[in-house]
Unconditional design. Structure first.
Ligand code: S3P
Length: 177
């Protein structure tokens, strides 16, 4: 049995969708940012502030290596997780990669003022640049769902239909085959 891995830009809904999807499937939900915070005893923002992004990425690498060995997990990644090819490969080996897409406007309005994400602190142009540069990674997902105009429940239903169609038991692409 494989994992379901949600990828996409910050604010695309990975954690909210992932939690509800896991509930529907009766699987466990994990969030890589949460795991990193638990291991380091620091919030993501604190790790960036005190130790820098390099340290965060190295903790992220360790968390991904561990989680990608498991089964029946819904994994919400951080927006930058799959930019590292090693992370992509580890997650994709045992999981279906589902990209959650959202327009930049939708992302900015979802995030609103309560912005504790270190990489979304800059002006709109800076965020737009990051968003654009990253699309080439996210589009490599096995499936992509546009969440822009949808509620969490609508996105979850779409993923469940997708899994039904694909047949998660038969979705085999692992090196064990
Ligand atoms: C990041 C996204 C964040 C978090 C960190 C870096 C990124 O996760 O991992 O702030 O590089 O896009 P979310 O996508 O859950 O906000």
């Amino acid at each position: 049995m494989h994992n379901i891995v949600l990828i996409g830009f910050m604010g695309s809904g990975k954690s909210s969708v992932g939690k509800r999807l896991a509930q529907s499937l009766g699987w466990d939900f994990v969030d890589t940012d949460y795991e990193i915070a638990a291991i380091t005893n620091l919030s993501v923002a604190e790790i960036f502030r005190r130790h820098g992004e390099t340290r965060f990425r190295s903790e992220e690498r360790i968390v991904v290596a561990r989680l990608s060995q498991k089964r029946q997990l819904v994994i919400a990644t951080g927006g930058g997780t799959v930019l590292n090819q090693l992370n992509w490969d580890a997650l994709a080996r045992n999981g279906i990669m589902i990209g959650l897409h959202a327009s930049l406007d939708a992302i900015l309005s979802r995030i609103g003022h309560k912005n504790d994400r270190p990489l979304l602190k800059g002006p709109r142009e800076e965020i737009e640049k990051l968003w654009s540069e990253r699309q080439k990674y996210y589009v490599q997902a096995d499936f992509t769902i546009d969440t822009t105009q949808k509620t969490i429940d609508e996105v979850v239903s779409e993923i469940l239909e997708l899994l039904e169609r694909v047949g998660i038991n038969e979705f085999t692409r692992s090196s064990e085959n």
